[in-house]
Design a protein around this ligand. Structure first.
Ligand SMILES: [Zn+2]
Length: 568
């Protein structure tokens, strides 16, 4: 997962959706136009007590409200409080899953099927009961929309064999897989892919041309989550209000409403946080450092699963020579990067996995900044440093990527290796990594990738970035998953990743992933630059706010409450 997922397209239709409390106590969606016709007494049902509103700025416009399509952080910030999953990740332990819409589960023979016992008395926002058929419907819809329209996070649950899933009773569902897929439970807790949507609302708006009601659901929401959509002004803000029938109830302290204005610039958010007109900052590292120590503002540094890599094209000379890749790995100044670019907040990555993820190998070898060693390796490979000229591509608007690229260039120059910097856009990066010829030897020499997890399983990192589908055709870019930007193909590693994906024995999986990490580090298809913590910035009156490393960019609003804030 990375920033590319922010680029899926959607039409610019501005629709205001207003939620009105219906007399019966259940909730009904009205469009702006319908609301005008609503009888006035319906609005008077709204309680007069002062509502507590949390103000959280968002970095960009919501592209779609459909959980089967949404695959970007700015959009998902709105999706996640509304739509839920069968399982969730324990924020304190990335290997531990918490029962959510499923209360318990059993793993079938060879990991080929799973039975989930569903929570009873859960309803969607429109009043429709949540049950086994809603689970199968939601998975089918997400996978089908991905297959039909080519968008969305449906791949996360694409191991599901929809045809063979069974409703055992209304609250027991058998989910059968097409092949054994050990990360499955972790994938079911992902914030994109396995979200449960209301079948009744979809079916009510389905047409022969649009059987999944995609056109309707990208502008309307009906989930089981603690918050419901109240208003969406596409270019300006989103407002969520609490779902009074939420299955976890509303005992304890919570906020009634979440107002999410779009404030793109971190400097503006910083100003607003300082004056107290927003509650949560979402600031860049530089701005977070600037507000640190300001009375009334909390800056919290917490472990994340995010890491940054520079891929080297293993199919193209001179980087097809392992010794050259190892030499480049010794050129980079890892500690310097953490000090200067991360202001000390972060650490050199140890291998391809982040240290907060289960399966990470604390003993995995690391490259160090050692120019002498780099020169020796180049010599051993039969290259003079002056003969090495490489292009390094990165996203020019991502400050950290640019600075990492410049640091590598400067260090390489010290021993006579030339690295030319090529800042570009996501589209530009795609062009150089996926050349028209389809041949990896025409692809970019090197490219920077910033990764955060789709789901917290080593498979999400290693199979997406280091697997090879077709070992017999290694120069064909289509022999690789999209994010294997190194075009790295190693049959030993492939077998290990295959086994790790199939076996449900957790201890064996950890063993296999440790072997995989060492093979990857030895072969050096990438420089493992740094892992970085997440930085939370918020007013001290915000309580219960925490970061879950498995859910990058989204917030558990249900846990948040306000204490000691003057009314606005
Ligand atoms: Zn509904």
């Amino acid at each position: 997962m990375n920033t590319k997922k922010g680029l899926t397209t959607i039409q610019a239709i501005l629709i205001i959706i207003i939620l009105v409390i219906a007399a019966a106590g259940s909730y009904v969606w009205y469009s702006y136009y319908t609301k005008k016709k609503a009888p006035p007494q319906e609005e008077e049902v709204t309680p007069k007590v002062e509502e507590v509103t949390l103000i959280v700025p968002r970095g960009g416009i919501v592209m779609t409200l459909d959980p089967a399509e949404s695959y970007s952080v700015p959009t998902h910030e709105v999706i996640v409080p509304v739509y839920e999953t069968l399982l969730r990740y324990d924020p304190k332990n990335t290997s531990h899953l918490i029962p959510w819409l499923a209360e318990s589960w059993e793993v079938g023979k060879n990991g080929m099927w799973y039975v989930f016992h569903l929570r009873k008395n859960v309803t969607f926002h429109c009043g429709t009961p949540f049950n086994a058929s809603a689970v199968i419907y939601s998975f089918n819809r997400t996978i089908s929309l991905m297959e039909e329209k080519g968008f969305g996070p449906g791949w996360v649950i694409s191991a599901i064999d929809i045809e063979h899933c069974k409703i055992i009773d209304p609250y027991t569902v058998n989910i059968t897989l097409k092949y054994p897929y050990a990360p499955f439970l972790y994938a079911l807790a992902a914030q994109w892919g396995p979200l449960i949507i209301c079948p009744a609302c979809c079916k009510a708006h389905a047409t022969p041309e649009d059987p999944w009601a995609y056109e309707y659901m990208k502008e309307h929401m009906c989930g089981t989550g603690p918050y419901m959509l109240a208003e969406w002004v596409r270019e300006d803000h989103v407002t969520l209000v609490k779902n009074p029938n939420y299955w976890k109830g509303w005992k304890g302290k919570h906020v009634d409403k979440i107002y999410m204005p779009i404030i793109e610039e971190s400097s503006t958010r910083r100003l607003r946080l300082e004056e107290g007109s927003i509650d949560i900052g979402g600031l860049t590292l530089e701005d977070a450092i600037a507000v640190n120590g300001t009375p009334g503002i909390i800056v919290e540094v917490v472990p994340s699963l995010n890491n940054l890599m520079i891929f080297m094209n293993t199919q193209k000379p001179p980087l097809n020579n392992k010794l050259v890749r190892q030499a480049i790995s010794y050129i980079f100044d890892y500690e310097g990067a953490v000090e200067t670019i991360r202001h000390g907040l972060g650490a050199q990555a140890r291998g391809p996995l982040p240290s907060a993820l289960w399966g990470w190998d604390p003993e995995c070898p690391q490259y160090t900044h050692n120019l002498t060693k780099a020169k020796e390796l180049l010599e051993k490979a039969g290259y003079k440093p002056e003969d090495i000229k490489l292009e390094l591509w990165y996203i020019e608007t991502v400050e950290e990527e640019r600075r990492v690229a410049e640091l590598l260039q400067a260090e390489a120059a010290k021993i006579g290796v030339t690295i030319e910097l090529r800042g570009t856009t996501w589209a530009g990066l795609n062009d150089v990594l996926r050349p028209g010829s389809g041949n990896a030897t025409d692809a970019a020499d090197m490219a920077i990738l910033y990764w955060y997890p789709d789901f917290a399983d080593p498979d999400d990192y290693l199979s997406n970035m280091y697997y090879c589908y077709n070992e017999s055709d290694p120069t064909n870019i289509y022999s690789y998953p999209y994010f294997n930007w190194a075009y790295y193909c190693n049959s030993t590693l492939n077998r290990i990743l295959d086994e790790a994906r199939r076996t449900t024995n957790f201890t064996r999986r950890v063993e296999l992933y440790k072997m995989a990490q060492r093979i990857i580090v030895e072969d050096a298809p990438a420089l493992f630059i740094f892992e970085e913590p997440a930085i939370l910035t918020y007013r001290s009156w915000v309580k219960g706010y925490y970061f879950n490393p498995c859910y990058v960019g989204t917030i558990d609003f249900y846990s948040i409450y306000i204490e000691g804030r003057e009314s606005r």
